[in-house]
Ligand binder design. Structure first.
Ligand code: SF4
Length: 366
């Protein structure tokens, strides 16, 4: 009986072969990030077929908020729109299945979009939306789609990853040599089911709750970080960088703890802390101002209100799009022209936000 794996599990399986083995006890955990991803994918597929869908209805269907999905949806739609003239899309949300030679596994997956580039000669491409944070091992999933779709038939397959949170499309060219090397690593992983390699890929592993290797790493990391808590500034930059993955693993565990505790408080009400104090969920109201109603009903004149107002880029983009639909104008070009004109008069300023990211390769640091 062949074992079936989804391409989306490959980055984890190839990083930690033991994670391909089914857990002894299966736990269905409610994964909000997964539901946001599914809702965004559904909205983008519907948008491709029939225009902008009812985002609040899709959000409700997946038990997330419209805010969780709206900006990710528009980024995905706009990023794909930029390639509208360059790609000939053949299928969207297409289920794929194929046996992997040299193993007893059947690989499955759903390609968000695939088809041919409008270049000469045309090249096959696979497009994948990612609603989570950027990672370096997503390539193993995308090569999986290239393998399922095209095997080793083409000299080059373009894999295009739309990182929605980073608002960026990453393009890689895959050759038959890449697919052959990927197959070799996959076959090796499947043949070594007792090799545990805990790391930041443990997050959504179905074995996480019963995995001794992950527990050991967390224990050791917690002890190590507590031991250096008051000496962090004395650590070398290299030591800080080398411990980043372990710190993120601990952060995830603490976030999981927080979410589980909140669920317990929702279910049980107040809970004793064991030292004479109790934990409870407090509620604090947050006012939200509805701009047009404020302008209409507030006694202050508009020029006095202006300093208190802010316009979000997403909100402005939505307004331009709605106007384009009314006036039958091209959305992409109109948005770009409007934004360029606003930038020229200093109405848009760009601030750079620094965040910690990971890439493969040598350091070029000072
Ligand atoms: S929890 Fe981590 S170490 Fe354990 S099997 Fe899963 S991926 Fe591997």
């Amino acid at each position: 009986m062949p074992r079936r794996y989804r391409c989306s599990a490959l980055p984890r399986i190839m990083a930690c072969p033991a994670s391909a083995t089914r857990p002894k006890v299966r736990i269905d955990s409610d994964n909000v990030a997964g539901r946001i991803g599914s809702a965004v994918h559904k909205a983008l597929a519907m948008a491709y077929l029939s225009g902008v869908p009812d985002l609040p209805a899709i959000a409700a269907e997946y038990r997330v908020t419209p805010e969780d999905i709206t900006s990710l949806f528009w980024i995905g739609k706009n990023r794909l729109g930029e390639y509208a003239d360059a790609l000939d899309v053949h299928r969207i949300e297409h289920g794929l299945v194929r046996d992997v030679p040299g193993t007893d596994i059947t690989l499955t997956g759903t390609a968000d979009l695939f088809g041919l580039t409008k270049t000469e000669p045309p090249l096959p491409f696979v497009w994948d939306y990612k609603s989570g944070s950027q990672s370096t091992n997503h390539r193993d999933q995308l090569i999986g789609y290239a393998f399922l779709l095209y095997g080793e038939e083409y000299a080059t397959v373009k894999i295009m990853t739309a990182w929605l949170r980073a608002n960026e499309v990453q393009i890689d060219n895959i050759t038959p040599a890449d697919i052959a090397a990927w197959l070799e690593r996959l076959q090796h992983a499947i043949k070594h089911p007792r090799t545990f390699r805990p790391g930041d890929h443990c997050g959504y592993c179905p074995r996480a709750h019963e995995c001794k290797a992950r527990t050991a790493l967390i224990r050791k990391s917690a002890g190590d970080f507590l031991a250096i808590a008051d000496k962090m500034k004395a650590l070398t930059p290299e030591t800080l960088a080398a411990n980043y993955t372990r710190a993120k693993l601990l952060e995830k565990v603490l976030k999981q703890f927080d979410a589980t505790l909140k669920d317990a408080l929702v279910y049980h009400g107040e809970l004793p802390m064991g030292d004479g104090r109790v934990l409870y969920l407090s509620e604090s109201p947050r006012d939200k101002l509805i701009t047009d109603k404020v302008i209409e009903h507030c006694a202050l004149p508009i020029e006095k209100l202006l300093p208190a107002m802010s316009i979000s880029k997403g909100g402005l983009t939505d307004a331009i799009k709605a106007e384009c639909e009314r006036e039958n104008l091209p959305k992409g070009k109109t948005i770009k022209a409007t934004m360029d004109a606003l930038r020229d008069v200093g109405a848009i300023v760009t601030n750079t936000i620094k965040s910690i990211s990971i890439r493969k390769g040598e350091s070029n640091g000072k």
